[in-house]
Each structure stands twice: as C-alpha cells, then as structure tokens.
Design a protein around this ligand. Structure first.
Ligand code: DSN
Length: 438
C-alpha cells in the first residue's frame, strides 16, 4: 500500500494511457460516428414516435455520470454493497421528487423499464390462478398487462375488456366482466388509448369484487404531473409509468402507491424479484427529470403537448384521415387507415423517408397482420419539447395527409417523399437540438 512506484508500474503495464481521459470521439471512432449520425437524424426529422422525447442536457449529463459505476443491490439504508452513501442520498431524492410530482406516499424508482415495473406489480400482488382484467392490446392496452407473449401472461389469468364503437372504454361491459370474473386486479392505461380515464368509475367497478386497481400511465404521466388530465390518485392502488415519454426523462420505470403494505411488497418484487442492482445513473436521470417536472414551466409544457396533439388530430381529420375516438385527451393520436385502404407499416416507412417518424398501431377490430396493422400512432411529446407549436402541427398533419392521399391514389411516392423530407428538414432547422454538443 505504501510503495507508490510499484503500484504505478503495475498499472502502466496493462492500462491504456487514455483510459480515464479520452472522450468517446478520441477513444472509439466507430461508435462516435454512429452517435454523430444519430444526432443528425434526430436534429433533422420530425419526431412523432409517442414513446420518445428529448431529455435535457442536465439529464444527459446525469446519465453519463459516475453513478454508472456503482453497484447497490437493496434499498437506501439497507444495501448489500458498501460505499452507498451518495447512492442512498440520490435514490431518496428521486423517491421524494416522484412522490411530490405524482402526489403519492410511496415511490419505487428502481424498475429498469415500464415492463419491469409492471412485472414487479404482478409478482407482488397476483397469483397465476387469479384473474386480471386488462384492456386488449388492439384497443390501447399493453402486452405487459397479462399478454400471452409476455412473462406477465404466466403470472395471472388475463381477461380482456374492450372499447365501444367510438373507441372509448366500455365501462358497462367492463362492470359486467368484473361481476362475472371477480378479478384480483383491474389494469387500466396502456400504449395507445388516447382518451382520459374515468378512475372513479373504475374504482367503483374494482370495489365490486374487492379488486386492486392499477393504472399504467406511461404515455400521459407528464400530463398527470402537469395537471392536464385526471389524477389516478386517490382512486388507484398502484400506478406504474415509464419516465421517457411525456415525462421527458431517461429510459426507466417507476411504481407509485399510497399503501404501505403494497409498497413493501413491491420492493421485494422489484429487487430481487425481477431485477438486481438498480441502474443508478438512470435513477440520477429520473431524479433530474422529476426535478424539471416539478417546475412551473412543466405545467406549460403539458398544456402545449395537449394543444399540439389536438391540433394534429383535428387537421388530420380535416384532410380526410380518420382519427380514433375523433380526437385525443393525451399526447397520442391514433390514425385509422382503413377508410383510405392503407396499411400501417408501409406508411410508417414512407413517412420515415419523408422525415416524419412514427409507428404502426393495431386498432380496434383490426384484422390485418400485426406486422402491418391498419393504424398509425403519433405522439407529440418530443416535437413539443423541440418547441413546435400548433401552427407546425397543422403543417405536419397536412404533409401526412398529402402522403396518405398519394399512397391511396397509387404510383411512385418517391418524389413526394423527397419533397416532404426537404420541408421537414427546413422546419426542424428552426428548432435547434443540443446546440452546444458537437
Ligand atoms: N411501450 C412501448 C411503446 O408504447 O412504444 C415502448 O415504450
């Protein structure tokens, strides 16, 4: 321990001289080139993928911080690994910010993703012989709510409830299902339901069989924090969310509850139940984004997201594209391409070539191959972060309509795609992204 020269000598024998000092660009040209090219793609295209956003420079810094080096299985004050003082302070801060943002008593900020959060809930609170009522995937639910292709599907018996002919949750039919199946848990929320959820009604339905009520608010968590949509608390027993959509933070999940016993069960179910050491750099990113979400400016962001989503939905319809439920109360707009006789995936690819990124989406009653679908899902959280407003949303909706009309008419889309790609690039040039970064 005292002979410094020997220690240094043994280091230099195996260690790259620049290991602690070289930047990514200096150390790995191949990966740096990919990151540069991804930066250019993000700068130049109109981002309408609902599950994306642009994190702040501060969140980027948190993600690249030395917290990425630390292993700390367990929870603050009860860690398996030593040296956890800063990690404990970080996680406690993230938890307190999550509780403040969502108005809950308890928060678990360790889930690596929304699916890990949902798996932890299933592991903690349901058994394979118990029924969970979930919204079907084609009607806006999510496969981690008991879907056969997901591990959650083997953790409970999923029975699906549905939307009505207007695309709205059919609460009366759900109540009938609850009376019939006496579920252990009802799950609401998901990946493509664009309307506000009636939590008081769901609570009353859950209470018929003493069921737990869980809301997966991943797509509209930012609107909940911004008070632009109904609050799942105090009606829900458990709320899960991702942190990287409308919440505008790093990739990861959070679980929230007001019930101490549920919070305790969720701790064990999360770690060691479905994962081990938390990703502390991700928790740092979550803490920073939650801090941002607690500022008054985030409420204005939430209002802008909602106004943009409604402008996009309205102009798509004005130009002849059907929109599920006729509008939206969330960042999501779901286009139904059946009246145009088009499939989702080819239009996703055409729009991508035109500089507008989105994804395909199953819609209620969709009998198309799930790899094609008859719908498109748009989300405006990322574009709103760039600074786009309703005027730009109207221009974007018109561009989408032009491309859909041309596809409907048949023929070569190439020239129109190239023309719209130029327009997209020109529009985004006015909305800089990470100006200070190379
Ligand atoms: N759940 C997926 C989505 O909605 O796109 C990924 O977060």
């Amino acid at each position: 321990m005292t002979d410094q020269s020997k220690t240094s000598a043994s280091h230099s024998a195996w260690m790259d001289e620049q290991y602690f000092t070289a930047s990514l660009h200096e150390a790995d040209a191949e990966i740096a080139a990919l990151a540069d090219s991804e930066m250019e793609r993000q700068r130049n295209s109109i981002e309408l993928i609902a599950s994306e956003n642009f994190v702040s420079r501060a969140v980027l810094d948190a993600l690249g911080s030395v917290f990425c080096n630390k292993t700390v299985v367990g929870y603050p004050g009860r860690r398996f690994h030593a040296g956890a003082h800063e990690a404990d302070a970080l996680e406690r801060l993230a938890v307190s910010r999550a509780c403040a943002a969502f108005g809950s008593r308890f928060a678990n900020v360790q889930p690596h993703s929304g699916i890990q959060a949902n798996l932890a809930v299933f592991r903690a609170l349901v058994r394979p012989d118990q029924t969970v009522l979930s919204l079907s995937g084609a009607e806006g639910g999510h496969f981690s709510h008991g879907g056969a292709a997901n591990l959650s599907g083997s953790m409970a018996k999923a029975v699906y409830y549905h939307t009505d002919s207007n695309g709205l949750i059919d609460y009366d039919a759900l109540e009938a299902l609850a009376r019939e199946h006496q579920p252990r848990m009802i799950v609401t929320g998901g990946a493509a339901y664009p309307r506000e959820i009636d939590y008081p009604r769901l609570r009353a339905i859950a209470d018929l069989s003493g069921a737990l009520l869980m809301a997966d608010i991943a797509h509209f968590a930012g609107l909940v924090v911004a008070r632009c949509t109904a609050d799942p608390f105090p009606h829900c027993d458990i709320v899960t969310t991702t942190t990287y959509k409308s919440l505008r933070g790093t990739r990861g999940g959070i679980i929230l509850t007001n019930d101490e016993k549920i919070a305790e069960a969720l701790e064990k179910a999360t770690s060691p139940g479905v994962q081990g050491s938390p990703l502390l750099h991700a928790i740092a990113g979550k803490a920073v984004c939650l801090g941002e979400a607690l500022r008054p400016s985030f409420a204005a962001y939430g209002r802008a997201v909602l106004a943009n989503a409604r402008a996009l939905a309205s102009e798509l319809q004005a130009g002849g594209t059907a929109v599920l439920t006729g509008g939206t109360d969330t960042p999501l707009v779901i286009a139904d391409l059946r009246q145009r006789g088009l499939k989702g995936q080819p239009m996703v690819e055409a729009l991508d070539r035109a500089g507008i990124t989105c994804n395909r989406c199953e819609i209620p009653g969709d009998d198309t191959d799930p790899a094609m679908t008859s719908g498109l899902r748009f989300g405006v959280s990322a574009a709103t972060t760039r600074g786009l407003g309703t005027a730009e949303m109207i221009m974007i909706a018109r561009a989408i309509n032009r491309l859909l009309e041309a596809a409907q008419a048949g023929g070569d889309l190439g020239p129109l795609e190239a023309q719209i790609a130029g327009e997209s690039r020109a529009m985004m040039a006015d909305f800089p992204l990470y100006k200070a970064l190379a």
